[in-house]
Write a protein that binds this ligand. Structure first.
Ligand code: AMP
Ligand code: ZN
Length: 115
């Protein structure tokens, strides 16, 4: 838990969120400013500031992040038509919250390349 981290505070229940999935390792909740009809953030409970800060010891966690997102995508009914995963990194990637998270975006057709 990092006190000045928004997502650590959401995970700790200090800031309200709409839970979609929870287990010992991950917490998933709805994005407050959705970019698609379905927009869920899957967040490891461990505070890793960004994807490039992950270490070899985090390899299993990173694998489970995708498997957990797959479970959430299924639960949200996105798997028939398809959806998109996004991990933003640093300024040019558009990262605003420096606690690793994976966006699940679905419910409409996505543009490519992204803007
Ligand atoms: P990123 O730009 O990848 O760091 O994404 C951060 C995301 O967190 C954005 O899509 C925001 O809309 C979302 N966000 C910010 N504050 C909250 C909050 N309190 N609850 C839910 N989502 C949030
Ligand atoms: Zn954090």
């Amino acid at each position: 838990m990092t006190d000045d981290c928004l997502f650590c505070r959401i995970i700790a229940g200090e800031i309200p969120s709409t839970e979609v999935y929870s287990d010992d390792v991950f917490y998933a909740f709805r994005d407050i400013n959705p970019g698609a009809p379905t927009h869920v953030l899957v967040v490891p409970r461990k505070h890793i500031p960004k994807i490039t800060a992950a270490e070899p010891a985090d390899a299993a966690l990173l694998g489970k992040l995708i498997l957990t997102a797959n479970k959430v995508a299924e639960q949200e009914g996105l798997c028939d038509k398809g959806f998109r995963y996004v991990i933003n990194c640093d300024a040019w990637g558009g990262q605003m919250v420096f606690h690793l998270h994976l966006h699940i975006l679905g419910g409409r057709k996505m543009d490519w390349p992204p803007g």
